[in-house]
Design a protein around this ligand. Structure first.
Ligand code: B12
Length: 232
C-alpha cells in the first residue's frame, strides 16, 4: 500500500504532474491526484519523509534523467518534471523541521555555483540537512563565488555546501575555495561539494573538505566535518 503510493509519486514526477489539474504526458491521468496531493497523502499515512524524498521525488527525477539521456524525454519534459518535484518538496517542508533561528547542529550556506541552474539535488540536500537539525541558508542557483563567500561571512557559517551538475560549472567550485583562502576564512569554514559530475577525487583536487554522493551522504559528511572541528 505504502509502496504503491510512493511508486505513484515516481510515476507522476515522470508525467510532470504537479497536481490533479495537470494533464501529464500520457492521456489517462486527467483528474487523478498529482505529486502535491500524493505527497500529502503519503505524509498523512505516516510514510517517512526520507522515503518520500528519496524513493519518490528523487527516484522519479533520476528516471527522468535516464529518459533524457536515451532521447525519450526532451528539455521541456525535464522542466515539467522538475516543477512537479518542486511542488512535492513544498508540501514536505513544514514536516521536516529545522527551520527558525536555532543554530542546531551548525550553520550551512548552500548554493548552486555560478552559471548552473540545476537545483533539484541542491534543494533536496537543503531539505535533508534542515530535517537533520542544521540551520541552512539557501542562496539559490547561479551564485557567484564572491556572493557565496560574503554570505558565509555574514551568516557566520561553519559549512559551505556547493552543488554543480555541469562539467562546465563544476570548476567554479574551486573559485569558492580559493576566495575563502584569500579572505583568511578557510580555516574556519569547511566546504562540501556534490552533484553528478563531481567526485571524491575532484573534491581533493580543488581543495574542498569532502564530497557527498547524495543527500544522505551530505548529512553524514556534514556531521563528521563539524565534529572534527568547525568553529562552533
Ligand atoms: C532536470 C535537469 C535539468 C533542468 C533543471 C531544473 C532544475 N530546477 O534543476 C533543466 C531543464 C533546466 C536543465 C537544463 C540544462 N541541462 Co540539465 N539535467 C537535468 C537532469 C535530467 C536531472 C538533474 C536532477 O535534478 N537530478 C535529480 C537530483 C535529485 O539529483 P542530483 O542533482 O544529482 O543531486 C543529488 C546528488 O548529486 C547530490 N548532490 C547534489 N548537489 C549536492 C551538493 C552537496 C553539497 C552534496 C553533499 C550533495 C549534492 O545529492 C542530490 C540528492 O541525492 C540531468 C540528468 C541527470 N541524469 O542528472 C540533466 C543534466 C545535468 N543536464 C545537462 C545539460 C547539458 C543541461 C543544459 C546545458 C541543456 C541545454 N542544452 O540547455 C541546460 C543547462 C542549464 C544551466 N545553465 O544549468 C547534462 C549535463 C552534462 C554535463 N555533465 O555537463 C545532464 C547530465 C543531462 C545529459 N546527460 O546531457 N537540466
Amino acid at each position: 500500500m505504502k509502496e504503491e503510493l510512493v511508486d505513484k509519486i515516481v510515476d507522476n514526477v515522470l508525467q510532470g504532474r504537479r497536481n490533479q489539474e495537470d494533464e501529464g504526458i500520457e492521456e489517462d491521468y486527467a483528474g487523478e491526484p498529482g505529486v502535491a496531493e500524493l505527497v500529502q497523502e503519503a505524509l498523512d499515512q505516516g510514510i517517512e519523509t526520507n522515503t518520500i524524498l528519496l524513493e519518490g521525488l528523487s527516484k522519479g527525477m533520476e528516471m527522468v534523467g535516464q529518459k533524457y539521456e536515451t532521447g525519450e524525454y526532451f528539455i521541456p519534459d525535464m522542466l515539467t518534471a522538475a516543477e512537479a518535484v518542486e511542488a512535492g518538496m513544498k508540501i514536505m517542508e513544514p514536516y521536516l523541521g529545522g527551520e527558525g533561528e536555532s543554530e542546531g547542529k551548525g550553520k550551512v550556506v548552500m548554493a548552486t555555483v555560478e552559471k548552473d541552474l540545476h537545483d533539484i539535488g541542491k534543494n533536496l540536500v537543503c531539505i535533508m540537512l534542515k530535517g537533520a537539525g542544521f540551520n541552512v541558508v539557501d542562496l539559490g542557483i547561479d551564485v557567484p563565488a564572491s556572493r557565496i563567500v560574503e554570505a558565509a561571512q555574514e551568516e557566520n557559517a561553519q559549512l559551505v555546501g556547493l552543488s554543480a551538475l555541469l562539467n562546465t560549472t563544476m570548476t567554479n567550485m574551486e573559485d569558492v575555495v580559493k576566495e575563502l583562502e584569500q579572505k583568511g576564512m578557510r580555516e574556519k569554514i569547511k566546504v562540501i561539494i556534490g552533484g553528478a559530475p563531481t567526485s571524491e577525487d575532484f573534491a581533493q583536487e580543488i581543495g574542498a573538505d569532502a564530497y557527498g554522493k547524495d543527500a544522505f551522504a551530505a548529512i553524514r559528511v556534514a556531521e563528521q566535518l563539524l565534529q572534527a572541528g568547525g568553529n562552533s
